[in-house]
Design a protein around this ligand. Sequence first.
Ligand code: GLN
Length: 509
Amino acid sequence: MTQTTDLTRLTALQMAEKLQSGEITSKELTQAHLDRIHAIDGDAESGVHAFLHVNDKEALEVAVEVDQLRAQGAELHPLAGVPIAIKDLLVTVGQPTTAASTILKDWMSPYDATVIRKIREAKLPILGKTNLDEFAMGSTTEFSAYGPTRNPWDTNRVPGGSGGGSAVAVAAFMAPLAIGTDTGGSIRQPGSFTGTVGAKPTYGSVSRYGAIAMASSLDTVGPVARTVADAAALHELIAGHDPHDSTSLQREWDDLAPAVVAGEDLTGLKIGVIEELDGEGFDAGVLECFQASLRLLEDAGAEIVRVALPHLKAALPAYYLIMPSEASSNLARYDGVRYGNRVVPEQATIDRVMSATRATGFGDEVKRRIILGTYALSAGYYDAYYGSAQKVRTLVQRDFAAAFEKVDALISPTTPTTAIALGEELDDPIAMYLNDVATLPSNLAGIPAISVPGGLASNMPVGVQIQAPATEDALMYRIGAALETGLKASHDGADFFSLLPNAYESDAR
Ligand code: GLN
């Protein structure tokens, strides 16, 4: 194994430590990740295709700047110099932002998302932009207009979605950290499929300014990493009140990284297994890992009880009315006039330009959701569909509130299955929507949720999801860390990623 490969195997916090002590430079660290990207990423045919755009030049410039500042003894953010990948849904000056859509092909944003600004201020070299389902609509990353991303554990399988690119960048050691977005599970479901740690923060913890809107009342931006401590550190970096996002919370988030103390005692904590997400529809291998995780948490001192959230079964249909409704309104801005690509048909009128632009610029899934959302919001149907869905949302929120009267946190598998095969659900949207049954309720309720690896089923990763009351993100990280520590101990101290298939242990695929 080369030195290059070794560096990419460290956790982000280990990298940060070595940078601070001067043992390594950000330039060599960043170069090692770029080398790995160029060796294995390729396109959908030749590689795992996690990236839509790689920016060697900018990343190395930032790295060199960090090294110089450090040499001069400048005060830097602890993560300065640690490279990061960004889901191509966050607008980024100097790099294209496409949302994996043809309608934004080659589009360059004139401003940075708040999360990008914070990352730039902390001086993390941005490696590039990662693949996703078009406008973050999907659960496999197959709906990208630029070709799918492959799961590094088995390249015939999907990495989950919509944030498959960020998950794979991290899982395949092309980046130690990545930014994702999560509207119904797009950080956590790919986390489960790829063995990465992914957290959906409390709604309002991280600014949505500059995150291309899908469903504004559900959208969140959050961290993707290989360890819980890395995820918490990144969450802390990107969190905070932002005057540009009217839904962002007035609160400090400096309790996240400290919450992660390896092997912390969970004595006194009551964790509720969600009854509705622990049986029917979930694979046997997934449930086995889940049960093993519960035992690990009990070993750490937690009390495990069962709780019912009776309205959870209605959460999925409610989500798939609310999300398309909001998306249909948010996506009205891609009209071929204001910005993005324009298709000018013969005998062009403004209506024809809009129609031709949207007909060619959007893919099938995006169109499906715009049509569904427009229908659900239309006069005469509004009360029956959108109105009812909002009522269900309130019931789901009340279920969570009632559950948190009895327990400190909730636990379930993150997904009903491990990663599915490429193409398996492509023609069956309803089957694909069912992937999100365990993840989307927390978006409806606005509460924090994390997916942490819980083991392997038939050599594929299984995620375990921990949900906490709103603003108690620190508690979620604390429990996640205890689970991670327990899992490691049960594998004789081996970290989860050492179980990755051999093909990805070397630079060449
Ligand atoms: N898979 C879900 C959907 O397609 C969630 C997407 C997301 O979180 N962005 O809507």
